[in-house]
Design a protein around this ligand. Sequence first.
Ligand SMILES: [Zn+2]
Ligand SMILES: [Zn+2]
Length: 167
Amino acid sequence: MDTHKIPQQDEALGGYIKRLRLELKMSQNELSRSAGIHLHSLGKIERGITTRLSYKTRHLLARALSIPTEYLEAVCKKEKISPQIACIKFCPRCWIPGTPTEPIWDDIRSKHCFLCGFELMSHCLKCGRSVISFQHSYCPYCGFYYKNTVDKISQTSKTLKKKSYKQ
Ligand SMILES: [Zn+2]
Ligand SMILES: [Zn+2]
């Protein structure tokens, strides 16, 4: 799990979003474009004026910040992230869906696959929900095939290179 991405105790929504944005070295402008939400709305969230997010905003922000939507839900409700939500990671290249994952991927310090060096994932790239079971090959929430994460990531990096944030 990416522990630094988990909301810290007593962290408010605004501060949390800002912290993640700065970690990604993004300006407010860049994040608002990449998420597809208004700069004005993002500013209000970061300043703590907006403390509740609509389902859509939560979804868009989680995707832009590459965190599971549950993290944003938890921070809005001031709840702690349950360890269950944060513990499963996999390599989209090496993992065969439906089989157990390599225990080393779950290690807190692992960020990349020890076999191929690909970035480890812990949530569905389409809907942002955490991967909670390896019995599934498809995301139970949106039907995204987990193995397609590899394609999805390469598509995203191409899009970023072209500086086009429209999808
Ligand atoms: Zn791998
Ligand atoms: Zn999904």
